[in-house]
Design a protein around this ligand. Structure first.
Ligand code: C5P
Length: 229
């Protein structure tokens, strides 16, 4: 079987990254979480007082972005490519609510999207790649071999996210998370540049009542049926 490009898009907190990571491990592909790049830029904006998004400030922001580097390094323990901002590992920092509350506004800025997509497209797809996000099947890799769109009910997503954050020692409320995921979905699907959409050739998976294993089984079957000769 050839090495595939798998695009996983979908609503906030639908477990896209867990599925992407499992698939990457199973097939020996590279896994990139594109959401972590928008989160990295948001963290950079928070730390550099760049949150007033006027036209002048956006231009300043874009100029400053040219001075920073966003890289991924594979971690043998977590089995994921972790994100670095200027050689600082920010994988854990970017999951907090301070970033989640601002990221969709930053991600709606076309100049920022352009820079991120440029980096995402430099990835060597020859070895097989799984990338998750909001515009992977529509903009980043419209020629992806397999496009998946994950969704789940609001309450299931908020509960899963809440439990995950509490497990990681973060102080959060269920209501805040529920509001945040609904708000991000709204902003992400209504922005003018690269909105979250369901591509015609995407397979939609509602995982409200599916375990990670159920989903991996379903996707592996799709891959087998479509790509093994
Ligand atoms: O995937 P994650 O939930 O971490 O993404 C955080 C935010 O980054 C999303 O809510 C969205 O605003 C933005 N994003 C995006 N395009 C992507 C990935 C993420 O706009 N490809």
């Amino acid at each position: 079987m050839k090495n595939l490009t798998i695009a996983i898009d979908g609503h906030a907190s639908t477990g896209k990254s867990s599925i992407a990571k499992e698939l990457a491990v199973k097939y020996g592909y590279i896994y990139i979480n594109s959401g972590s790049m928008y989160r990295a830029v948001t963290l950079f904006a928070i730390e550099n007082n760049l949150l007033k998004l006027t036209k002048t400030n956006i231009n300043l922001f874009i100029d400053k972005l040219k001075e920073i580097s966003i890289n991924f390094k594979f971690n043998d323990n977590s089995l994921i490519s972790e994100i670095y901002l200027n050689s600082r590992n920010i994988e854990n920092e970017i999951g907090g609510m301070h970033v989640s509350k601002l990221v969709s506004e930053i991600a709606a800025i076309p100049e920022i999207r352009k820079e991120m997509v440029k980096i995402q497209r430099t990835i060597d797809r020859g070895k097989g790649v799984v990338m998750d996000g909001r515009d992977i099947g529509s903009v980043v890799f419209p020629d992806a071999d397999l496009k998946l769109f994950l969704t789940a009910s609001d309450s299931v997503r908020a509960k899963r996210r809440f439990e995950e954050m509490v497990k990681n020692g973060l102080e959060v409320s269920y209501e805040d998370i529920l509001y945040n995921i609904k708000n991000r979905d709204l902003l992400d699907s209504t922005r003018s540049d690269s909105p979250l959409i369901i591509e015609k050739d995407a397979v939609v998976i509602d995982n409200s009542h599916m375990s990670i294993n159920d989903q991996i089984d379903k996707i592996s079957k799709l891959i087998k049926d479509k790509f093994s000769n």
